[in-house]
Design a protein around this ligand. Sequence first.
Ligand SMILES: [Zn+2]
Length: 476
Amino acid sequence: MRSSAATGLLAIVVVATSAIIAAAPQQLSEQVRSAYVSVDAPVVILTNARVIDGTGGPVREGQTIVIKDGLIAAVGAATTVTPPEGARVIDLTGKTVLPGLVMVHEHLYYPVGPGVYGQLGESFTRLYLAGGVTTMRTGGNVNGFMDLNLKRAIDRGEKPGPAIDATAPYLNGPNTFIQMRTLKDADDARKQVAYWADEGFTSFKAYMQITRAELGAAIEEAHKRGLKITGHLCSVTYAEAADLGIDNLEHGFLAATDFVPTKAADTCPGQGAGQQTIAALDENGEPFRALVKKLIDRRIALTSTLTVFETFTPGRPLPPGLDVLLPELREQFLKTFERVKANTNSNYAKLFPKALMLERAFVKAGGLLIAGTDPTGSGGVIPGFSNQRQIELLVEAGFTPAEAIQIGTLNGAKYLGRDTRIGSIAAGKQADLIVIAGNPAADIADIHKVEIVFKQGIGFDPAKLIASVTGRVGLW
Ligand SMILES: [Zn+2]
């Protein structure tokens, strides 16, 4: 048994090595390497690891993972491996390896004042990586070029951070955001998509006041270029967006206005009005089941962003990671937290548990649920820390730890069309891995104990990444 497992492992090493020619290992500047990297060797061998592989399958104990040239060269139950020269062997007894998180509703901005969103790409990219996020999509930007410039700097190894699927500035109708443009008409929507796509953006986000005609035009232009478009909707219902061919809907069902009886076409009745109907929605009733069926038939992914809604809900614990904030911003959030706590009549008291239930129902019916955190709201969603919290909340919704991790890894990779390369732990895939000092399969709270984050085979030290921004998050 033992010897055959070991033979199998070695065979995989040989196969993977021949496939490595096509891979591009992560290049890193000396500055990034010396500041944040804890493990960097030609071959890294992780032994005695518990593996949760991202597919939702059973947890495997006593695993060995061989990392070479930025890839997972082998993974298996070998108990003995002869390490090649120059290899670094790390004994992970009692620890767990997960795929790097693939999260799809992230932002590089944060609410710093009345209607003002600070552009925090510099600190946020470090926090995301520290939290175990190795690939992320930004879900709309209010800066213009920063998401794309940061993505490129990270790809070149000049800055630490996850691989970024950069989303262009929001596509929206008339709105009150001072950092957001207003579309004129469908032709304008088409032009906007074309412009940002030409600049190199790879994703689009429709927002709450867009019209059906504008959304339809934007979808057409994005799809023509092989790009995807998501939406945090209100003026357009989920069913209408599905008919127009949208790829993804944000915030679970909490942005759906499909059930508002007085809703006028192309008009947002208010997010609160929609959420009143969602809080009262019967998850076994025909209207909800019909909507779920439509989304699944059209292969539309749904993004869970429970973390941001948790901060609006009375009776929930303080969110993790607040200590990294600039003290003034931390104080600002803590005041809001006390207000939320006192407001026990809030619709969120009913809505939040319903959100969990509806997302679970969507998956049970066969839908693709993906995950993100949305670091907006009132400022309690801290990148990296919140990505781990999001997985915990999925477990609270009734998913097993392995299923919740799958939603935050392989499902995201599938949506991005990168699942042959990232999102799970398998030989030949990119070595994007998180080492956890504990067992999240037994206690999902252990997911906060991230010890090493491997991105393309290079191990980053989360403590160093976090220390580099602590007390400054809010400035840059
Ligand atoms: Zn968002």
